[in-house]
Design a protein around this ligand. Structure first.
Ligand code: AMP
Length: 400
């Protein structure tokens, strides 16, 4: 292992810290893992490397302890010979607001700006920063880079990112559409360009996991995306509503005699596939229940598919005819069942023809599932947000 060749991608949540290590410039995955249940009475740490798995149950009171565990585990397992080989750390930051249209090296000013955005994404930006502080404390002399979920969407025009609310709310409080999963959408259009030379490239990217968003992207620039001010907006998700009439917040609070905060939490955590099915947010279980004839599961799936199809239609118009559609993330990469339901809704309007058998057997592998006669290419592409974080950390870190 060469000196200073290892880069770490970090995704810090409120009670977890996920990480992947790559060597650069080879882009070889070295190991991955997570510290989970941070702050609870008992924590879990796991590290996967080569064909092996290292696991530990121990209290992890905060992110700093999580990072110490990770670094110690890397040495104990001999995944790295010493900390000297670590060249940089890239941190996922969910909300970059209007300030960041690309990744940046962490500085005190950058930290200040990310802190100022906490009110717009309290569940994400605070833990993202905790992850940075924890890593910076133990590895202070290497570059740390902030990679924003919102950055790739900064190319949207005002008519695509503004809401029809009093204009001052947008200008004074920055209440506007930001969009999320930007690193994933960007990765997908870059991957597509490696496999298909569409010119112009007019793509609808469908990142469909437990959180889900669509984007309309022309020649690698986002023109529209479904998530909004927060990741609650857009299409229906595992536990989130997606776009709804905002009056529901008001009426549900009245009917349930609950605070807006509590109803807002329910729109985030008890709605979507979980809320409609009354069973689960996991698409695998809902697929099984659907096929077994469970009517609530079928209803949840029909609603889910309808919302996605509506956005695909909208973005097809927004792009003046898309020429590619990409499915990705947990559901999009792995479930032929959901892809077929969605494609059957949109195929006639978009002139799509796809290989049903190939669709059903495609799982986690880059595959074109449309036939040569299809007017829109349909691709399944596994996303890789970590490699995007690593690439930016390598690029910016070299100049640091
Ligand atoms: P993500 O948020 O991208 O991890 O996606 C989570 C969602 O993807 C859950 O609803 C899972 O049920 C679904 N999912 C993950 N893996 C698979 C798989 N192998 N087959 C079908 N669905 C999957």
């Amino acid at each position: 292992m060469k000196n200073k060749s290892i880069y770490i991608a970090v995704n810090a949540g409120s009670s977890s810290l996920k990480f992947k290590l790559y060597t650069m410039p080879e882009e070889t995955l070295v190991c991955s893992g997570m510290a989970d249940r941070i702050g609870q009475s008992m924590g879990e740490f796991s590290l996967k490397y080569a064909d092996q798995k290292y696991q530990l149950e121990t209290p992890i009171p905060n992110h700093e302890v999580g990072v110490e565990l990770l670094l110690k585990a890397l040495l104990d397992t001999k995944v790295i010979p010493s900390y000297d080989v670590i060249a940089g750390v890239g941190h996922r930051v969910v909300q970059g607001g209007k300030y960041f249209s690309g990744s940046v090296l962490f500085t005190p000013e950058v930290v200040e700006k990310i802190e100022s955005l906490i009110p717009l994404a309290p569940l994400h930006n605070r833990p993202n920063l905790q992850g940075y502080f924890a890593f910076h404390k133990v590895l202070p002399s290497i570059p740390h880079v902030a990679v924003f979920d919102t950055a790739f969407h900064q190319t949207m025009a005002p008519q695509d990112y503004l809401y029809p609310i009093p204009y001052q709310w947008s200008t004074q409080f920055d209440l506007r559409r930001y969009g999320f999963h930007g690193t994933s959408h960007q990765y997908l259009v870059q991957e597509l360009a490696k496999h298909s030379n569409l010119s112009p490239q007019k793509v609808i990217t469908c990142h469909i996991g437990s959180g889900a968003s669509l984007a309309a992207i022309k020649d690698q620039k986002v023109v529209a995306t479904s998530m909004g001010l927060t990741p609650l907006g857009g299409i229906m998700m595992g536990t989130r509503t997606g776009d709804i009439d905002p009056s529901i917040l008001h009426f549900a609070a009245l009917k349930l005699n609950e605070t807006y905060e509590n109803v807002y939490a329910m729109l985030n955590k008890q709605s979507g596939l979980l809320g409609v099915s009354g069973m689960t947010s996991d698409s695998r279980d809902l697929e099984e229940a659907h096929l077994a004839g469970n009517e609530r599961a079928q209803l949840a799936n029909q609603l889910f598919v309808r919302r996605i199809a509506d956005f695909i239609g909208q973005y097809h118009i927004r792009l003046h005819s898309a020429n590619a559609l990409i499915f990705s993330a947990g559901i999009g990469e792995n479930s032929g069942f959901y892809r077929q339901l969605i494609l059957d809704e949109v195929k006639d309007a978009l002139g799509i023809d796809f290989d049903r058998e190939l669709n059903m057997k495609t799982r986690g592998k880059t595959t074109k599932i449309s036939t040569p006669s299809s007017q829109v290419e349909v691709w399944v592409i596994p996303t890789n947000e970590e490699i995007m974080i690593i690439r930016d950390t390598y690029r910016l870190g070299k100049g640091a």
